[in-house]
Design a protein around this ligand. Structure first.
Ligand SMILES: NC(=O)CC[C@H](N)C(=O)O
Length: 449
């Protein structure tokens, strides 16, 4: 029979041995956690074991004789197109999914990452080793659902501690049908992805599928050439009237911008993140969100002050309709594009996009704003980039990624267009690039006078 202590060690140190050696008073505070994680029976045994120890628990061995296993484990695998097989412990949903594996180096914001629609078609491996510790709340959603296929973590926290948390990450993954893989050596996986570049993988909780079968599945799939914008986009136009509550505000300068608003912005939804809408609203914009395929002629009929092109998943060269719409609008209205929006506008300017080796996914990438030399720390999530050598005269590369020198922002002055490859709206941050929203509002204001 396995002792509870052994089981605790098997699961996570956060709820294990350290607490078993704490003074009794701490054990009593800890008891509800034990009860939640291991069941009432185990908890009762745990309390009595603490009591007999005379105030200090040295060795607690609780035999959970009749209780069912507190940690029923499900096996899972990640099988990569290079033939490697990564054994894991499953959490969240069951099933089999195919996708491109990317690693994200952010230390915070796993909920925002998971609800960013730009991850459709991908699995995110978090390099931060401890994920799930603040649970899932209702406020930090970047969209109404999870579009990514799976998340891969080193250690899923079995303790959730945050006053806003409404559910565990495990429960959320089950609700959103996202497969979770825990106990994966994400450091080793990241090293492989950095060496070889992004790889397609299959995750499965199904033991009947052979490794060979999964490798050939992975080899037969690619994200390149797939239009995923229209898959994640809204289907009907709508007004986004929620505004930005004070709790979300961090930039004192927005009050200044608001005095001149509201500006009417039509936002193309390629998978738009909620915080982009909040930031636009903060700077005095009234926003009409339209589907990815919405005709530019209809947008122009609304006579907006400006048009916004959002972030979105997949290959930017696979959505020619978006590029055509952008071409129609260019020069007629001030435009602003973020990430996929930047890539769509880059193509509308006449440029081309290409796929990066393993992309940029993290919360601390340095960017140089070329006109002043100022360095911004930025949040990033993209696998494709605009090739600056393909851009016509008149397009200025205003932002450069200091890690690899790629194009991170453009200005096409004659066409009243600005673009940013990364995330000035980043939540939970950093906020260094928030000024981009102000620049867009300034362009719209200049058109009014
Ligand atoms: N966040 C985004 O908009 C991502 C853009 C695009 N899907 C890329 O991977 O480059």
């Amino acid at each position: 029979m396995q002792s509870l202590q052994t089981k605790l060690q098997g699961r996570s140190a956060a709820c294990g041995v350290a607490d078993l050696h704490a003074p009794c008073s701490r054990q009593l505070i800890f008891a509800p956690v034990v009860e939640r994680a291991h069941g009432r029976r185990a908890c009762q045994s745990f309390r009595s074991a603490s009591a007999v120890s005379g105030g200090r628990v040295r060795t607690v061995v609780v035999r959970a004789s009749a209780a069912p296993s507190p940690f029923p484990k499900r096996d899972a695998r990640l099988v990569l197109e290079n033939g490697s097989v990564w054994h894991a412990t499953a959490f969240g949903a069951s099933g089999t999914e195919i996708g491109e594996v990317v690693f994200n180096t952010s230390l915070t914001g796993y909920q925002e990452i998971m609800t960013d629609p730009s991850y459709k078609g991908q699995f995110v491996a978090f390099t931060c080793p401890h994920i799930g510790n603040v649970g899932i709340n209702n406020e930090d959603m970047e969209s109404t659902k999870c579009h990514l296929g799976a998340i891969i973590v080193r250690d899923l926290s079995c303790v959730v501690s945050n006053y806003r948390s409404k559910m565990t990450l495990d429960a959320y993954c089950k609700k959103e049908n996202v497969i979770g893989l825990g106990n994966v050596d994400t450091r080793a996986l990241t090293k492989v992805l950095r060496e070889t570049g992004c790889l397609v993988g299959v995750v499965t909780t199904d033991p009947t599928k052979s490794d060979e079968e999964l490798v050939s599945m992975a080899k037969s799939w690619t994200i390149v050439g797939k239009d995923l914008l229209s898959v994640v986009s809204c289907t009907e136009p709508y007004e986004w009237g929620k505004g930005t509550s004070d709790e979300w505000e961090f930039n004192g300068r927005v009050k200044l911008a608001k005095q001149h608003g509201p500006f009417h912005v039509v936002a193309y939804d390629f998978g738009i993140k909620t915080n982009i809408l909040r930031r636009l609203a903060s700077f005095g914009c009234r926003i009409t969100v339209v589907p990815a395929t919405y005709p530019a002629s209809e947008v122009l009929k609304m006579n907006p002050d400006g048009v916004f092109f959002s972030n979105g998943p997949g290959d930017p060269s696979a959505a020619p309709y978006a590029v055509e719409n952008a071409k129609t609008i260019l020069g007629k209205k001030p435009v602003f594009g973020i990430c996929m929006g930047h890539q769509v506008l880059g193509q509308a300017f006449g440029g081309k996009t290409f796929k990066l080796k393993f992309g940029h996914h993290g919360g601390n990438h340095p960017i140089r704003y070329m006109p002043t030399g100022r360095v911004e720390i930025s949040a990033q999530n993209h696998n494709f980039a605009v090739d600056p050598t393909t851009l016509p005269a008149g397009v200025e590369v205003t932002h450069v990624n200091l890690n690899d020198g790629t194009c991170a922002g453009m200005l096409y002055k004659d066409k009243k267009a600005i673009t940013i490859q990364y995330h000035p709206e980043a939540s939970p941050g950093p906020h260094d690039a928030d000024v981009c929203f102000e620049q867009f509002v300034d362009m719209m204001r200049a058109e009014r006078v």
